[in-house]
Design a protein around this ligand. Structure first.
Ligand SMILES: *[C@@H]1O[C@H](CO)[C@@H](O)[C@H](O)[C@H]1NC(C)=O
Ligand SMILES: *[C@@H]1O[C@H](CO)[C@@H](O)[C@H](O)[C@H]1NC(C)=O
Ligand SMILES: *[C@@H]1O[C@H](CO)[C@@H](O)[C@H](O)[C@H]1NC(C)=O
Length: 413
């Protein structure tokens, strides 16, 4: 295992850059006081450290929810992010390279430490390392089966050691589902490619519900299983408004297929104030500006992904396209920001520039986007990789079908 030597370096989150947001957010959310990631409540008890691993390729709020649940089973959550090589060997090439996956996982507010280049399967050796070097008490995984290529249970060793705990898998979202939606979006764009994608698209059971009409596509597109509940939104929220004298920064956008580029711009925006308010545009706004098959993720899904980010204090679920004077007053916004990398920057030239008001007030600032990634970048990566995905998803689909057929009730939380 080539990655094993690198495993000794865990990335501690909650250091200088993140401390303000992460420690405070974690403390708010878990109702306990943290200093440098250690629990102070009651004094002596050693914090319970839990470990969860994953590929976190095309990360979505389902992954975030799993991390939230894992964190709730302990005091500190250490996350192993599987290396590109290990994913390629076990599932086919990842869409998102390790460094971007690290940014994504590290930005989730329930994550305390990350281990890069984690192995795909937990070996005896790696498990001992987790227990002895990383001081892990429990290894966590969802209730969906995770089988190795030889058909054995990937968590058998942890179970045998009595150090395994299970969480409920988040319903209504899977990577397979999301890829299906992207293909639907691509076929709209280039009819020439439609044939090629349609065979692939047929592999996916849950397409985006937006079209509803399958007569033209010839494929069955089911409505996503995702059932947003008010409780889930509360679970993802910090539940706290800005304090008195807070400097409130506002950023808005679609935040579709939440990616490392989004995380980085949010991180920079948060540094400019004390409270980051994020406006998420409605599905209607997004489709009217980006095309009929956008957004890939609906408003509630996009809101959850943004809420899970440690740099975000609050979101407006369905923000208006234009930043009005009324909005600035209502939320006491001090600064409105926008990144330099976006799907479309034409709005700045248009007469109906949505930032006209904050610009006139002198409270608009353009931020240099640290990463050159957009939602379209992600979609292109997936579609250009579609042969490999096809194979990967045929397998995946069979195991998901099995999961849903044998699924029983597992208590949430
Ligand atoms: C799509 O299929 C057509 C033939 O049906 C082929 O000419 C074309 O090269 C394919 N495009 C891609 C991207 O595979
Ligand atoms: C979509 O397909 C299903 C099953 O194939 C069919 O029952 C339904 O009528 C179709 N809907 C439309 C709008 O064509
Ligand atoms: C509004 O924001 C400013 C900082 O920009 C702050 O000084 C002021 O106290 C805030 N007002 C309220 C009522 O919180």
């Amino acid at each position: 295992m080539e990655g094993a030597t690198k495993l000794t370096t865990a990335y501690l989150i909650g250091g200088i850059i993140l401390l303000g947001a992460s420690a405070v957010l974690a403390a708010q959310f878990h109702g306990a006081a943290f200093v440098g990631g250690k629990k102070k409540k009651g004094g002596k008890r050693k914090p319970v450290r839990v470990y969860m691993d994953g590929c976190f390729d095309m990360m979505h709020y389902g992954h975030c929810n799993a991390l939230r649940q894992a964190r709730a089973l302990g005091d500190e959550l250490v996350v192993g992010v599987v290396s590109d090589d290990e994913i390629t060997a076990n599932k086919g090439p990842p869409v998102t390279p390790l460094h971007e996956r690290m940014i994504m996982v590290g930005a989730v507010k329930w994550v305390d430490e990350i281990i890069p280049d984690a192995p795909y399967a937990i070996t005896e050796e790696f498990m001992q390392k987790l227990f002895n070097e990383y001081d892990i008490d429990y290894i966590i995984h969802g209730d969906d089966p995770c089988l190795l290529p030889d058909g054995t249970d990937a968590y058998a060793l942890a179970k045998k050691a009595g150090r395994y705990k299970q969480i409920k898998r988040t319903e209504g979202v899977s990577t397979t589902d999301i890829v299906g939606r992207m293909l639907l979006c691509m076929r709209e764009r280039s009819l020439g490619d439609a044939q090629n994608h349609s065979s692939l698209q047929r592999q996916f059971s849950h397409g985006n519900s937006q079209t509803g009409d399958n007569s033209t596509t010839g494929t069955v597109t089911k409505i996503s299983n995702f059932l947003p509940t008010s409780r889930r939104i509360v679970q993802f929220s910090n539940g706290k408004g800005p304090g008195p004298d807070s400097r409130i920064v506002y950023i808005d956008g679609a935040f579709d297929l939440f990616h490392a580029g989004h995380v980085e711009i949010l991180r920079i925006a948060r540094e400019l104030g004390d409270f980051l308010l994020v406006g998420i545009h409605t599905d209607h706004t997004v489709s009217s500006t980006r095309g009929p098959h956008r957004p890939i993720m609906n408003l509630h899904e996009r809101s959850l992904s943004v809420l899970a980010c440690r740099y975000v204090d609050e979101v407006i679920i369905g923000a208006p396209w234009e930043v009005s004077k009324d909005m600035i007053t209502t939320f006491n916004i001090s600064l409105v920001v926008h990144g330099t990398i976006a799907e479309n920057m034409d709005f700045l030239k248009e007469e109906s520039n949505p930032y006209a008001v904050p610009m006139a007030m002198g409270i608009y600032q353009q931020l240099e986007s640290p990463l050159d990634i957009t939602t379209s970048t992600i979609i292109k990566r997936i579609v250009s990789n579609h042969e490999a995905f096809q194979k990967r998803n045929e397998k995946k689909e069979a195991s998901e079908k099995k999961y849903y057929e044998s699924k029983g009730f597992v208590a949430d939380d």
